[in-house]
Design a protein around this ligand. Structure first.
Ligand SMILES: *[C@@H]1O[C@H](CO)[C@@H](O)[C@H](O)[C@H]1NC(C)=O
Ligand SMILES: *[C@@H]1O[C@H](CO)[C@@H](O)[C@H](O)[C@H]1NC(C)=O
Ligand SMILES: *[C@@H]1O[C@H](CO)[C@@H](O)[C@H](O)[C@H]1NC(C)=O
Length: 300
């Protein structure tokens, strides 16, 4: 939410962005390394160990171009330099989105990107889904979301056809959260209910793992206090196989906006925020007021 008040929050946000970018670059490098036989020889393990418990193939001998860079980063464990030898990424401008969005959610399925909800302005939230087609670079296929569905701070994950949408903030400014959960069948564009969470949350880490929908952390109902709870629900093909969420082992550090992935059958929770804006007490529009936000460092 610091994004809404760039004057005060942007520096911390940049730090978090930098953390995320660094981790992203490291992960990409790690995957390239693991999957390519002609991979570069840069020794990332000096500064970042993002291996996921499985041994990765040894990189091949150094190419000429890499020698200098290697010399500069191989002298000691200094993560500051780990992002220097990243590949040159070229940016290309794509079709403009139909509406501006802050803190919506998006999921890619094959060549389509489903983009949900989000703030248009601090006082207006979207209640629809837009679809971007990567093949022909167009937006289309707008459709409504359920009236009870949250508009930001959603937990979201897909199995490749069904998109599970969990809890989140209902309304603009710093309004309260809802415990309502939904599932979208992207082939029929039909929505169905899922059992509500035991308590509503803001932006919990959400992932499918071993046949269960896992929801971890997020912020509590006051929008600020990190929640440690971890719940799961058995699901299959968009249908809940249980009526109530099961309590699981709590997350050691709670808070909203963590990345969450499953790799090699391990559930990983990465980075994120602790603390957030709260609604100003007594404000009829739930105006966002600053509290002491605390930002987490990159974890992995
Ligand atoms: C990478 O650096 C570490 C620490 O200096 C070293 O133990 C390891 O053998 C190196 N790995 C490769 C592939 O060069
Ligand atoms: C890494 O290098 C930077 C730039 O020289 C330096 O400011 C920083 O203290 C170094 N960090 C470590 C852990 O050596
Ligand atoms: C995406 O674009 C391609 C190329 O125009 C088209 O064939 C395909 O039907 C589109 N997909 C959807 C779901 O509109």
């Amino acid at each position: 939410m610091a994004r809404l008040v760039p004057k005060h929050g942007s520096r911390k946000y940049v730090v978090v962005l930098a953390c995320i970018s660094l981790l992203g670059v490291a992960l990409v490098a790690d995957f390239l390394w693991a999957s390519s036989s002609s991979s570069s020889s840069l020794n990332w393990s000096n500064s970042l160990d993002v291996s996921l418990g499985k041994p990765r193939p040894k990189p091949k001998a150094a190419g000429k171009n890499n020698k200098d860079i290697k010399a500069s980063i191989s002298e000691g464990p200094n993560a500051t330099f780990a992002d220097i030898p990243a590949p040159q990424l070229e940016w290309e401008e794509m079709a403009e989105a139909p509406v501006p969005r802050l803190d919506g959610a998006a999921i890619q399925i094959k060549n389509l990107l489903y983009v949900f909800a989000g703030y248009g302005t601090i006082d207006y939230v979207h209640s629809h889904v837009d679809i971007y087609n990567f093949t022909d670079n167009t937006w289309g296929g707008k459709f409504d979301m359920p009236k009870e569905m949250a508009h930001s701070h959603l937990g979201m994950v897909t199995d490749g056809r069904y998109i599970y949408v969990v809890t989140g903030q209902y309304g603009p400014q710093c309004r309260g959260p809802t415990a309502h959960n939904f599932v979208l069948d992207t082939e029929t564009k039909e929505w169905h209910d899922l059992p509500p969470l035991p308590f509503p949350r803001y932006a919990p880490a959400t992932q499918l793992w071993r046949g269960r929908l896992h929801v971890m952390g997020g912020s509590k109902e006051d929008r600020h206090e990190p929640a440690l709870d971890h719940w799961s629900l058995a699901v299959k093909d968009g249908i809940a196989l249980e009526k109530v969420w099961k309590s699981e082992i709590p997350i050691p550090r709670g808070g909203p906006h963590r990345a969450c992935v499953v790799v090699n059958d391990q559930l990983l929770v990465i980075g994120g925020q602790e603390g957030d804006f709260m609604a100003k007490p007594g404000s009829p529009i739930f105006k966002c007021a600053r509290r002491n936000e605390v930002w987490d460092h990159c974890i992995h």
